[in-house]
Write a protein that binds this ligand. Sequence first.
Ligand SMILES: Nc1ncnc2c1ncn2[C@@H]1O[C@H](COP(=O)(O)OP(=O)(O)O)[C@@H](O)[C@H]1O
Ligand SMILES: [Mg+2]
Length: 257
Amino acid sequence: MSILLDVKDVAKRFGGLTALKDVTFSVAEGEIVGLIGPNGAGKTTCFNVISGTLPLSDGRITFQGQDIVGLRPNRIIRMGLARTYQATSVFPHSTALENVMRGAFCRSEDTFLGSMLATRASREAQSKERDRCMAILDRVGIAHVHDHLAGALPYGYQRRLGVAIALASSPKVIMMDEPAAGLNPEESMAMGQLIRDIHTDGQVSVLIVEHDMKLVMGICDRIIVLDHGEQIAAGSPNEVRNNPQVIEAYLGTEVEA
Ligand SMILES: Nc1ncnc2c1ncn2[C@@H]1O[C@H](COP(=O)(O)OP(=O)(O)O)[C@@H](O)[C@H]1O
Ligand SMILES: [Mg+2]
């Protein structure tokens, strides 16, 4: 199994606050890896430094063997490392399909200007791209609302749209920040199934941050646990579930589920 994403000794400080310290883990081809920890543990910050949204303070991050520290977020997406956001982050005044097509723009060097010139070749390319994006919407189960404004979609659909936008860049690894946040148990289970499907038939590796322990334990091959920015455990779902330090970190919250 070849390693796709490799995170080594990563640190992130916000002034005096250490949000991440010596974080080291990897995601190999074909894996679903969980990143869990109590609120404020540094999970989103970890995604932000990997995706290039925030500069890191220390450490090394490679993707498919290439150093990605300091690269712009779009460049990292183009390399095959996409993400979804903890809060829904769709363009509310664009349709679902337009949102996915924007996601796809990251994939190519093509520019909006180029597409506006509307040559025959670019029109054909656009129509092909539209079909591809429709297929992605279909895959996440919301093709029937492709022409609805994203902001008017039910919350659960907006979460799925976030996944579709990430998929539009044809990622090798997709990082998902709490994909089931705000979903009811049934929708949450369906999201778990969707992630499994993407992983299996799309051959996409997944790094997932999620509080829904049932979901995490059910789909992950390996789990990394952060607490106060430090990695306190790593292992199989069972190892992590029974780790005293993890139980301690989650004291008062639900780790069993
Ligand atoms: N942009 C920022 N500026 C300052 N502090 C931040 C910023 N982003 C996150 N933090 C702090 O870093 C810590 C980790 O936050 P975060 O990564 O959002 O945690 P999690 O996603 O695990 O809940 C928190 O103490 C948070 O307040
Ligand atoms: Mg977070």
